[in-house]
Design a protein around this ligand. Structure first.
Ligand SMILES: [Zn+2]
Length: 258
């Protein structure tokens, strides 16, 4: 079936209007063509896939810290519909972390030395959880869907090509390291996740200024190594980022309990 061009543009407009949402805290308008239930299903299936390829850490103390930080941030995230899960994965070579839609969070043990302490870990987890709250992965998938006018293609793809769709979702939602492909979020999405992450930290009772120290350590970790950590390939820790975070701190500190 061919769709005539003017009908096509009306359809696109209607679609865009129906799918236009705004991001919590920043109120940026975004186009999301993946429904909340599709997003949760994609997240769940990418999560099952990722965990089947990973080794859960046996370090009880570090695991307890990941679960404690996660629970504190989840408690202030205002997403009672999320079925939160927090995992520490035993993988000292992988400097990375992610949060899939629905609240499925993984931290690789390789990022712990750079996180340093509980506040540093809250920077990482607050940032990753913010990508999920702001629906950045679905936004990224939607841009591709809109380009092909395939609003129905997602559910069809899930039904006919589950493995390929799961991989695509893992890449779009930031857990692509486990399938060998890393697709960075845009610079604007990164900055937005920094901003929301700082707010979540403050609401959870962590000092958001820890983010400046964390990104400094991350930048230092980039030097003198043969390979750049995964997290840095998708999260440039440059002066621009650190300066932007410093400018975002006063807003976040407004959320600290007095
Ligand atoms: Zn990020």
């Amino acid at each position: 079936m061919t769709i005539n061009p003017s009908l096509r543009s009306v359809l696109l407009l209607l679609l865009a209007f129906a799918a236009c949402k705004s991001v919590p805290y920043t109120n940026r308008k975004q186009l999301v063509l993946v429904s909340a239930s599709e997003e949760t299903a994609l997240g769940q299936s990418a999560y099952t896939d990722a965990l089947s390829k990973a080794k859960i850490s046996g370090d009880a103390e570090a695991t307890a810290m990941v679960k404690r930080v996660g629970a504190r941030i989840a408690a202030v995230s205002e997403r009672p519909d999320f079925n939160w899960e927090f995992n520490l994965l035993d993988d000292p070579q992988t400097v990375n972390a992610w949060c899939l839609p629905g609240g499925k969070v993984a931290v690789y043990s390789g990022i712990l030395p750079i996180a340093g302490d509980e506040d540093g870990l809250a920077v990482v987890m607050g940032h990753e959880i913010s990508h999920a709250l702001a629906r950045h992965g679905s936004e990224r998938m939607s841009q591709g869907l809109l380009a092909q006018l395939g609003g129905v293609a997602l559910s069809a793809a899930m039904a006919t090509k589950p493995d390929a769709t799961r991989q695509l979702a893992a890449q779009a939602y930031g857990a692509g390291a486990t399938v060998g492909v890393l697709l960075p979020f845009s610079r604007a999405q990164e900055s937005e996740a920094d901003r929301i992450g700082l707010i979540l930290m403050a609401k959870a009772g962590y000092e958001p200024g820890a983010a400046v120290d964390f990104w400094g350590r991350m930048a230092a970790a980039a030097g003198g190594k043969d390979s750049t950590p995964e997290f840095l390939r998708t999260h440039p820790a440059d002066d621009k980022r650190i300066k932007a975070i410093q400018e975002q701190l006063p807003e976040a500190r407004g959320y600290l309990k007095k």
